[in-house]
Design a protein. Structure first.
Length: 185
């Protein structure tokens, strides 16, 4: 490990070097090792959208549910935020928990909806994500998508029977949140 706590496997995973990752795994590199108080090789490979490296690490028994020290986020949560549908598919095939909460009680669906990642929202809904999940302030995925003007995501959530009358802690509905922010959705 270097002075930052980065192992060779962590660095190779971060940079998407699948051939190096294969070599290191063959040499029995530890797949669960954290970078000091940060992420595992799986977390960092997922965060950077390296689907092949993610597959290799999962085949080597990396824990798909291992949360980062930073805000308790799983690889699935991180990918839902970034919108990498290819990596999301790999993680869902490995049985990643679509209902896992981060420190603010946000699910992967919540964060994907908030950021307007329609392809990811669709994958998470197909994997039975809770369309009525609520974060700490009581926002549902529908309210988050409407507030940010993500029309296509709003449509997907409504098709999944999201409650259009749901209210966050302050009493705002998805429609009111959209209107307050100048959006039609």
């Amino acid at each position: 490990r270097d002075k930052f706590g980065q192992s060779p496997l962590w660095i190779a995973a971060k940079n998407g070097h699948d051939a190096v990752v294969k070599l290191l795994l063959k040499a029995k590199a530890k797949v669960q090792r954290f970078r000091d108080f940060s992420d595992t090789p799986l977390n960092i490979a997922a965060a950077n959208g390296h689907a092949t490296v993610v597959k290799l690490l999962l085949e080597a028994k990396a824990n798909v549910e291992r949360v980062s020290f930073y805000m308790s986020r799983t690889p699935l949560w991180i990918m839902s935020e970034k919108g990498h549908a290819t990596v999301i598919k790999v993680l869902l095939e490995a049985k990643a928990n679509v209902k896992q909460l981060d420190w603010d009680r946000q699910t992967p669906l919540q964060i994907a909806a908030r950021n307007g990642h329609g392809a990811v929202v669709k994958l998470l809904l197909e994997a039975k994500a809770d369309v009525e999940s609520r974060d700490r302030p009581g926002r549902t995925p529908l309210l988050s998508a409407a507030k940010n003007g993500h029309d296509a995501v709003v449509k997907l959530l409504l098709e999944a029977k999201a409650d259009v009358e749901s209210r966050e802690v302050s009493g705002r509905t998805p429609l009111l949140s959209a209107a307050e922010n100048g959006h039609d959705a």
